[in-house]
Design a protein around this ligand. Structure first.
Ligand SMILES: *Cc1c(COP(=O)(O)O)cnc(C)c1O
Length: 258
C-alpha cells in the first residue's frame, strides 16, 4: 500500500498501519513533499515499512534532483536489495565494506547515486532544514489568517490540518466551489502575473491509469478535489507585499465570480 502525504500533511497513519497489519501488507510512505512534517510526533517517512523523500527542485529541501529512501523495517534483505538497485544491479556496496573480494552483477538496477557536488549542496540545505521550514510556516500562516474571511463566507475552502499533525508548509492550496470557478480564478491570477496553478491530474484518470482499466468515476472524491484545487505561490523568501498582492487579486477574482 502506497500512501501520499499530499502537501506535506500526514495521512491518517494509525488507521493505515492497522489495515496493513491486519492484511499483512507493506506500507510505503510517499513523503516526497513531507520532509520535517510529523504525525503524532513521528517524522513522516519513518512510520511505514519504507518511506521516500524527494529533493527535487520543487521541494522544500532540494539539490535539484534526488531523494532518500528510509527502510524502517528491520529486514537486512530489504536493505541489501536497495543497495543493489542503487549500485547498477551490483553488490559493490558489500565490496566497499570488505565483505566480498570482488563485485559483480546480481540483479537489475540503475545508477541512483547522487554526485558529490549535489550531496554538498543538499548537506547545506539539510543543516538549515528547520529554519527553512519555519520561514515557510510563517508565510503559510499569513495566507491562512488573511484568507479566513473568504473561507467563512464560503467562497473558498482552506486545507484541513488534522490534530496531532505538524506540517511543513510545502503547498498552500485552496478549494474553489466548482471547476468552472477554479479555472476562471486561475486564469485571472495568471493574467495578473501570479504563478498560481492547479495540481496533479489524478493518476487513475491519466493515460496510463485508464490503460490499466481505471475509470474516471472510480474515485469521485479525488476527481472533485483535483478539479477545484488551486495552489498559491509560496516559498521561504516570498515577501509580505507579494502575499498581499496575491490575496488582493484573489479576493477581486472571487468578487467577480460569486
Ligand atoms: C515530487 C514528488 C515525487 C517525485 O519525486 P522525485 O524526486 O522527482 O522522484 C513523488 N511523489 C510526490 C507526491 C511528489 O510530490
Amino acid at each position: 500500500m502506497i500512501v501520499v502525504h499530499y502537501a506535506g500533511i500526514s495521512c491518517d497513519m494509525d488507521a493505515i498501519m492497522k489495515i496493513a497489519k491486519s492484511k499483512n501488507i507493506y506500507v510505503i510512505e510517499d513523503a516526497a513533499q513531507a520532509i520535517e512534517s510529523k504525525y503524532k510526533n513521528k517524522y513522516l517517512g519513518t512510520i511505514g515499512d519504507i518511506g521516500c523523500l524527494s529533493f527535487h527542485d520543487t521541494k522544500n529541501i532540494t539539490c535539484g534532483e534526488g531523494g532518500a529512501l528510509f527502510i524502517n523495517r528491520k529486514d537486512p534483505k530489504l536493505i541489501e536489495k536497495a543497495e543493489i538497485i542503487r549500485e547498477k544491479g551490483t553488490n559493490r556496496s558489500k565490496f566497499f565494506r570488505g565483505e566480498i573480494d570482488k563485485y559483480t552483477w546480481v540483479d537489475i538496477g540503475s545508477s541512483y547515486l547522487p554526485s558529490d557536488i549535489l550531496a554538498a549542496f543538499l548537506f547545506a540545505q539539510l543543516k538549515k532544514a528547520s529554519f527553512i521550514t519555519s520561514l515557510r510556516r510563517k508565510k503559510y500562516n499569513y495566507y491562512r489568517t488573511k484568507l479566513l474571511p473568504l473561507a467563512k463566507k464560503g467562497l473558498i475552502e482552506l486545507p484541513y490540518i488534522p490534530k496531532n499533525v505538524v506540517h511543513n508548509a510545502h503547498i498552500f492550496y485552496i478549494l474553489l466551489p466548482s471547476n468552472e470557478i477554479r479555472d476562471a480564478v486561475l486564469k485571472f491570477l495568471n493574467k495578473k502575473g501570479i504563478p498560481a496553478s492547479f495540481h496533479y491530474v489524478p493518476l487513475h484518470s491519466s493515460p496510463v491509469g485508464t490503460k490499466l482499466g481505471n475509470k474516471v468515476y472510480d474515485l469521485p472524491i479525488t476527481t472533485d478535489k483535483a478539479n477545484r484545487l488551486l495552489r498559491l505561490p509560496i516559498y521561504s523568501e516570498i515577501k509580505r507585499v507579494e502575499q498581499d498582492y496575491v490575496i488582493n487579486i484573489l479576493t477581486k477574482a472571487l468578487r467577480y465570480k460569486s
